[in-house]
Ligand binder design. Sequence first.
Ligand SMILES: CC(C)(COP(=O)(O)OP(=O)(O)OC[C@H]1O[C@@H](n2cnc3c(N)ncnc32)[C@H](O)[C@@H]1OP(=O)(O)O)[C@@H](O)C(=O)NCCC(=O)NCCS
Length: 181
Amino acid sequence: MAPPRIDGDKVLLRPLVHEDAPRLTGILNDEAVRRNLRLERPVSLAAEQEFIAALARATDEVVVGIVARPHGRLVGVTGLHHLGDPARQSEFGIFLGGPEEWGKGYGQEATRLIVGYGFEALGLNRVWLHVHADNARGIHAYEKVGFRSEGLLRQAALRDGRFVDVVSMAVLREDWRPASR
Ligand SMILES: CC(C)(COP(=O)(O)OP(=O)(O)OC[C@H]1O[C@@H](n2cnc3c(N)ncnc32)[C@H](O)[C@@H]1OP(=O)(O)O)[C@@H](O)C(=O)NCCC(=O)NCCS
């Protein structure tokens, strides 16, 4: 599935290319970013290059880079995964980095754009996500876009050798309207 190019006010979503791999490897290996993701180990440049190459062949996910308009650099990645689900639901994922790029509204806008694409262009009925329960920034951003918490998954993730709780959140097509953008 060809990844879309979507223009927003603060960010631009665009397909990832091979040359993005070093930048993404650096972001993902920033401990401040990684501790919020399901990544127990550092990622290698080769693995990131393979990840980007595989996206071009993927039929069950749409993954795009997030470019910050103010300076034009790639600041993260967002995507919709498991698109083949017969219940027309998909898992949303996102990361931005480093921390100097957080709190500028990039995450909320990127989320709105890709989730809107999922409902409008891909015909999804439900988009869900899992977020570490102590990721207050992420949870707040997702709520503002229209996600609602559906429950706490106790000790469902591992971080620094310890189990941590995870919040399950989702937004339904019937709740997705311009007011939630
Ligand atoms: C989570 C993430 C995608 C959010 O993107 P972002 O661009 O930083 O978020 P935004 O600026 O769009 O929105 C953050 C909101 O949370 C608020 N916020 C920041 N810190 C907060 C805190 N400790 N508690 C509650 N709210 C907080 C901000 O004020 C803002 O809300 P506002 O628009 O009402 O002012 C981004 O920070 C990130 O990628 N972090 C590292 C990796 C990660 O956590 N990925 C998600 C895994 S599920």
